[in-house]
Design a binder for this molecule. Structure first.
Ligand code: HEC
Ligand code: HEC
Length: 206
């Protein structure tokens, strides 16, 4: 009996060491409750609702996008129905309190497994990607903070494809103060549909 309870205590002790610090390290701020319906408990997104995965995007990118929606740099175009949803969500957020807490929490969520419905030529995809995208988004599409380029790996292909269409058709990345969006809009115009299909397939394999 004494031996058994000693082991029980030992196990409980080890469990609390193992569990408590990780739980405390990344606790959802209360305001994240507003995000779950579309982006999910783990920031995995929801392709049926056209909601992107947000888990593991960088703090700076999340912060910039929430600010962009709130300030009218993104999601203003009349055709941008999903962007308009995020404008409505972002406007009431406290930019000094809610946004940093959300960005910190979401950036520290583990990357999720993306939904990919694209198929393509991996070899061509890799070639086009490295020629046209990798310099900014990183060799494995992991993102590159020094160029402000977000991670694309782990993102649902349908979302990436839609954003590319938005950039090239002027739905996203046209606002005068959206320098980085304008830069990406220029890049989006350099790929044709066949190249993009292969590039998206390459990204889905990262
Ligand atoms: C009603 C559904 C809905 C809710 C609720 C919602 N989102 Fe979104 N979110 C979307 C959709 C749809 C998009 C894609 C919009 C677009 O195409 O610009 C998006 C885009 C984003 C992006 C940009 C992602 C990227 O890769 O550029 C961020 C960041 C984000 N949401 C964070 C949040 C946070 C934080 C909350 C809670 C405060 C939230 N969202 C609540 C639907 C939602
Ligand atoms: C000159 C650097 C640069 C190059 C080259 C570039 N990008 Fe980007 N890309 C960016 C930046 C910066 C952003 C963020 C824009 C913003 O803040 O709205 C971005 C955003 C994106 C987004 C939106 C991601 C999201 O989560 O909403 C997609 C998709 C994307 N890029 C795909 C590509 C693809 C595919 C290529 C190659 C054809 C490419 N990019 C080439 C800099 C670049």
């Amino acid at each position: 009996m004494r031996v058994l309870s000693f082991f029980k205590m030992l196990i409980l002790g080890l469990l609390s060491i193992a569990i408590v610090p990780t739980a405390a390290a990344n606790e959802a701020p209360a305001v994240y409750a507003q995000c779950i319906a579309c982006h999910g408990d783990n920031g995995q997104g929801n392709t049926a609702l056209s909601s992107p995965a947000i888990a593991g995007l960088s703090e700076s990118y999340i912060t910039r996008q929430l600010n962009n929606y709130a300030s009218g740099k993104r999601g203003q175009h009349p055709e941008d129905v999903s962007g308009q949803q995020m404008v409505m969500i972002s406007k009431p957020l406290d930019l000094n309190k809610d946004v940093p807490a959300l960005a910190h929490y979401i950036a520290n969520l583990p990357q999720v497994k993306a939904v990919s419905q694209v198929s393509g030529d991996l070899k061509n995809g890799s070639r086009y990607y490295h020629a046209k995208c990798g310099a900014c988004h990183g060799g494995q599409a992991q993102g590159n903070k020094s160029f402000n380029a977000p991670k694309l790996a782990g993102q649902h292909s349908s979302y990436l494809s839609k954003q590319m269409r938005y950039f090239s058709s002027g739905v996203r990345g046209t606002h005068a103060d959206d320098k980085l969006g304008r830069q990406m809009a220029m890049m989006a115009k350099t790929v044709n549909e066949k190249e993009l299909k292969d590039i998206l397939f390459f990204i889905s394999q990262q």
